[in-house]
Design a protein around this ligand. Structure first.
Ligand code: 13P
Ligand code: SF4
Length: 371
């Protein structure tokens, strides 16, 4: 339970502190809490926060790793949907803290549960659900949408396991409804040879998502009209330009990039795939990477023997994740050390139950198949 307001040390105390004092406050709280706390840092997090992380990783990995610790408090330096996933996957008694409640994900915010339920009812009304239709949601979605998928024979996927999950679902179902990232959905559908005219876009602000009943009956894949504002900034001209400017460069992008960018890149894959590819690349190789800037910059620092460029010259930063500054972390940690839990993320029991069904299905179907 969140403590009464009077007991909370205010964030303002930390906002006026010099940087070194902020860092010292985080470390002092960590010392006081010992193994009662684990700090998670997503790969896209800023350097001045990552340096305090006990564990770094992608969103799903971090939730799993935290649940394998005995920490009572999981401080998630990521975004809201990641903290919800950590709460769903956490052990009983583990409490999840998001140091800034404003750290959302613009993509996850593009699909609300009310819109998704309304879309499903519209599909039912025109008879599309008489076929076997599987709702599949990307990890980057609210817990409520994960639970919707759990209730309706659907599943959660990550950018690492979208391919094996599509493979399994395409064999068993007539159609898939994919939320909220149209690009991951389209890029994965294309890997299975689904023609573009069998992948229709669902605009939640229009009746039938802006489609005719015939289009929806004939579609193999219905894609929610959502996207990542960071990965959407990479354009085909960036690929052309870097190839001209850096002869021999290999273009490596995240599948949240548009189809046009993914199609002309050399390689595409999840955050973990991008990291592994660079780790395993021979010295002297040249890479232009289309993903979040903090990750790309850290890869460039870790591998000075490889030439690493950000694919776009402008700053492709996850601005919402950036909201978690060391000051927010210090505030959350200091309060925890004083037995005051601030910014707790709690998924209600029913949502957790059904979201877990969709997550368990994902784990069961992809064990040993992640790429
Ligand atoms: P990961 O699942 O690879 O952590 O990616 C999360 C994300 O937000 C990508 O934009
Ligand atoms: Fe969301 Fe994009 Fe940020 Fe990932 S990079 S958390 S998808 S806004």
């Amino acid at each position: 339970m969140t403590a009464v307001l009077e007991e909370v040390r205010p964030l303002e105390d930390f906002l006026v502190m010099p940087e070194e004092e902020v860092a010292a406050a985080i470390e002092a709280a960590r010392q006081a809490l010992g193994s009662r706390v684990v700090i998670l840092g997503h790969h896209y997090q800023r350097d001045d926060v990552i340096r305090h992380a006990d564990l770094t990783g992608d969103s799903y990995q971090l939730s799993v790793m935290a649940s394998q610790t005995d920490a009572e408090y999981i401080v998630f330096c990521g975004v809201h949907f990641m903290a919800e996933s950590a709460d769903i996957l956490g052990k009983p008694g583990q409490r999840v803290i998001l140091p800034d409640m404003g750290a959302g994900c613009s993509m996850a915010d593009m699909a609300s549960i009310d819109q998704v339920e309304d879309a499903w009812e519209q599909l039912r009304d025109i008879g599309v659900l008489k076929n076997r239709v599987a709702p599949i949601t990307y990890m980057n979605s609210t817990a409520a949408i994960k639970a919707f998928c759990g209730r309706n024979d659907g599943v959660v996927c990550t950018s690492s396991n979208a391919v094996p999950l599509f493979d399994a679902y395409l064999k068993e179902f007539d159609k898939m409804f994919f939320f909220p990232d149209q690009h991951l959905g389209r890029n994965t559908g294309a890997k299975f040879g689904i023609p573009l005219d069998k992948m229709v876009l669902w605009n939640p602000h229009e009746d039938l998502g802006g489609n005719t009943p015939e289009q929806l009956h004939e579609a193999k894949l219905i894609l929610w009209r959502g996207h990542c504002s960071v990965h959407g900034r990479f354009k085909p001209w960036h690929v052309d330009k870097i190839r001209k400017d850096v002869p021999g460069v290999q273009v490596l992008v995240h599948p949240e990039c548009t189809r046009e960018v993914v199609e002309i890149s050399d390689l595409n894959g999840s955050t973990s795939f991008i990291i592994k590819t660079v780790e395993n690349a021979p010295a002297g190789t040249k890479w232009a990477i289309g993903t979040e800037v903090n990750l790309v910059n850290r890869l460039a620092q870790r591998f000075p023997d490889k030439e690493i460029h950000l694919l776009a010259p402008d700053l492709c930063m996850c601005a919402t994740m950036y909201r978690i500054a060391p000051q927010n972390l210090a505030w959350a940690m200091d309060n925890l050390a004083n037995d005051t839990v601030v910014n707790e993320i709690v998924v209600d029991e029913e949502t957790r139950h059904y979201a877990n069904i969709a997550l368990e299905r994902m784990i069961g179907m992809t064990e040993g198949k992640k790429g």
